[in-house]
Design a binder for this molecule. Sequence first.
Ligand code: NOJ
Length: 514
Amino acid sequence: MHLFNIILSVSVFIVVQGDDDFLYDTFPEDFLWGTATSSYQIEGAWNVDGKGENIWDTFSHESGKVANNDTGDIACDSYNNYAEDIQLLKDLGVDFYRFSLSWARLLPTGRVDQPNQAGIDYYNTLINELLEEDIIPMVTLYHWDLPKDLYDQGGWENEEMVQIFNEYAIFAFELFGDRVKWWITFNEPYVFIVYGMGEGYHAPGLESPGEIIYTAAHTVLKAHAEAWHSYDELFRPTQNGNIGITLDTDWKEPLTDSPEDIEASERGMQFSLGWFANPIHGSGGYPAVMKEKIAEKSAQQGYEQSRLPEFTAEEEARILGTSDFFGLNHYSTAMVQGENTVAPEPSYLDDRDIITSVNETWIGCDFVYVVPWGLRNLLNWITNTYDRPNIYITENGMCDYNATLNDEHRVNYYRSYTNNVLKAIKLDGCDVRSYTAWSLLDNFEWAYGYDLRFGLHHVDFEDPARPRTPKASAEFIRQLVADNGFPEPEVKTQNLNQVKPKEFVRAKFRSGTQ
Ligand code: NOJ
C-alpha cells in the first residue's frame, strides 16, 4: 500500500464540511411524515366479496391498454396482506399512511343505496389496525377507480356526478369519519382527466383533448366543492377533521430569462396547477390566461363559444376556499418556452402555447427527472401565488425499471428532494407541513403495469404470496423520519500531520517492499 493510500484511508474519517448546497437542519416539530398507495394499485381482489367493477378493471382487461397486458386483479394483494403493510409502516416509523377507498368495493354500483358490507369491513379493519399502531389514516376518496356503472351513465361528463360523488363522500364520512381526520376528495384531477379523457392512455381511454377534458374538470371541481361543504356543515362540528384536494404539477422552469420564457412558464403553471388551484385556492374561477387563450383559439377553430365552460358567480363563490390545506403531488421539472400557433384540432397541449423540454444534463427515469431545486421553486411559487397556504406534500418519489433492493438513485432522490423542502421551509418561509413518499410498495403503475417501480419495498409479483422486501430507500426514509430531517453531523477533525502510519507499514515503506 502506498503512503498516499494510507493517508486516504485515514481521511475517510474526516467529515467534510462546507457542503454549501446541503442544509443540515431539522423540520418543524409538528411536521408529518408519511407514505402512500392507492386502492387499484395495491389491493387486488378485483372481483371478490361483492366488489363492483370499476373503469380500471375494464380498461386493464382490454388487450393492449397496459404494458404486458398487466392488470390490478391481484396487484400487491393488499386486500389480504394489509396487516403486513401496516407492519412495514410501523417499521418505517411514519406518522401517517395515505391510502384510497375503492368506491366500487364499498358501493358496487357507485350508488349509496346498495352498500357492500365486506368492503366496509375491510376499511374499518384497516383504519382500526392503523390507529392501534399509532398511524394516522389519510384517506383519498377518489384515486381514479370510478365504478363502471357510473361511467356507463356518463362518468365525469354527467353533471349528476356532482351529487352522486357528494353522496358517496357523505357515506364515507358517516362510516369512517369518527376515526379518519384527514380526507382528500380527489387525487390529481389533472392526470385522470388529461390522461384518461384527453390522451386515452388511462381509463376510461377517451380521446378528447380539447373538449371533454374541460367539461369533466368542471364537474370534478363542483363535486369536490359539494363534498367539502357537506363535511364542513354536517361533519366538521362533531368530527373535527381536515378535508382538501390533492393537485399535481411539474415545476415549469423558464428556458431562458427572457420575458417571453418567463411569461410562458407562468402560463404553463396556470394551465396545469392553476386550472384547479385558482378556483379553489386563488382568486376564484379559472385563471384569466386560460380563459383568454381557450376563448381565442376556440373562435379561430370555428366554435361559437369557448371550449372552456364558465362558472356562474354563485358556483365560483361556492368552490372558492373549499380546501383546508394545499395538497401537492410533485415528481419532476420541465423547461418551458413560449410558442404561438393554433392547431386545427382543439387540444389542451396547443391551448397552452408553450413548448416543454428537459435539460439534457438531467438524469431521470421515464417521466421523472431528478431536479430537486424544481420542488423548492414550486413551493415558492405556490406560496407567492396563493397567499402562503399550508402545503401538504401528498406524493413525491422516484421510479426505476429494476427490481433492485440497492436503490441508491432513489435514496439520492429522496435525500435531495426532502432537503429542498427543508430549504423552502427554513430559508424561504414556505408553510410546508407534511411529506409523503410515493410509494410504500412497488405496485401497479397504471399504463406501465408492473414495469415501473416506485416502492420503498420491493414486491415479487411472480410469487403468489407477493412477498415484500425493504429496499435501501426504506432504511433511508426510516432514518430521515427518526431524525426529523438532517441534524448537523458530528464534526470530527484530525490533524493529518499527526497521523502515524502503522509500524509495520512504516517498516515496509522504509525497506521498499510494499
Ligand atoms: C401520481 C399518482 O397519484 C400515483 O397513482 C402514481 O402511481 C404516481 N404519481 C407515480 O406515477
